[in-house]
Design a protein around this ligand. Structure first.
Ligand code: CP
Ligand code: NVA
Length: 307
């Protein structure tokens, strides 16, 4: 049966491990796997802006012997005149996989239900699972393993990144603390799903308001923009509310002295993160950004083997 990757828990802990192992080996031998030789085409659709996701999928699909078809919904029928399922029925006759950055998770689910080719979430309002594969690969490279590590996410707990950290971190057996204002907490259903996974993997998920409590001795510190795409109208309110969650040198000092700092980018220096942290010695953001390429290539190979 066709597998899709719409949320971080669409793969089991063993499958996540397998994809990350594949990413490590494919990073070491970048040109060895060419499942899209032909070339076959992969459609990469954007309802929202992107630099890293667009470039890493385009380059990665070409690395795999294929051809990326980058589609902007602003000048396609999807989102206006045509449903996700009808679009999928058309695309599946011509492409090997569909990658889609969109708003609502339900559109991705409809797209996946309507097609026989793998559908990949390239960011929705709720989740950013491709970013999490890259982040986990980066953490593994710097820390050696994932299970048992502690991680603090500071900022918008209801964001795609925080919610993906809850699910993917639990899947990896990590201890994830999300520090956020109460009104910007992750969805209770996501936390429930993450805790159910954590019970099996030995990980844990904690949500709290106090950033200092989340940071005590952690191995990994993460933040993301306070103003995700689609939330621009709320910028003033968000900046006022999130001020105490900025990752600055003082907060970073509460983490382990060996802690690493991640940010999916793009970053607003001086808002969610201080320049001395994001541009400092503990930051691994450029490895993280490069790893989008390697993690997504591994994901595509893995999904295509099961299509
Ligand atoms: N991190 C990330 O997804 O970046 P882009 O928005 O540039 O794709
Ligand atoms: N949370 C951010 C991630 C950007 C890659 C957003 O959705 O805009």
């Amino acid at each position: 049966m066709t597998r899709h990757f719409l949320r971080d828990d669409d793969i089991t802990p063993a499958e996540q491990h397998e994809i990350l192992d594949l990413a490590v080996s494919m990073k070491a031998a970048r040109w060895d796997k060419r499942p899209l030789e032909g070339p076959e085409t992969v459609a990469v659709i954007f309802d929202k802006s992107s630099t890293r996701t667009r470039v890493s999928f385009a380059v990665g699909i070409a690395d795999l012997g294929g051809q990326p078809l980058i589609i902007s919904t602003a000048n396609s029928q999807l989102g206006g005149k045509e449903t996700p399922s009808d679009t999928a029925r058309v695309l599946e006759r011509m492409v090997a996989a569909i990658v889609w950055r969109t708003y609502g998770q339900e559109g991705l689910e409809e797209m996946a239900r309507g097609t026989t080719v793998p559908v990949v979430n390239a960011l929705s309002d709720d989740f950013h699972p491709c970013q999490l594969l890259a982040d986990l690969l980066t953490i593994r490279e710097h820390k050696g393993a994932l299970a048992g590590l502690s991680l603090a996410f500071l900022g918008d707990g209801g964001s795609n990144m925080a919610q993906s950290y809850a699910l993917a971190g639990a899947t990896a057996g990590m201890n994830v603390s999300i520090a956020c204002p109460a009104e910007f907490s992750p969805a209770p259903s996501v936390i429930g799903d993450a805790r159910a996974i954590a019970e099996k993997t030995g990980g844990s998920i904690h949500v709290m308001e106090d950033p200092a409590a989340a940071l005590q001795g952690v191995d990994v510190v993460v933040t993301d923009t306070w103003v995700s795409m689609g939330k621009e109208d709320e910028k003033a309110e968000r900046v006022a509310t999130f001020g105490r969650y900025q990752v600055d040198a003082e907060k970073m000092a509460l983490a382990s002295p060996e802690a690493i700092f991640l940010h999916c980018l793009p970053a607003d220096r001086g808002f969610e993160v201080a320049p001395e942290v994001i541009d400092g010695p503990q930051s691994v953001i450029w490895d993280e950004s490069e790893n989008r390429l390697h993690a997504q290539k591994a994901l595509l190979v893995w999904l295509l083997e099961r299509a």
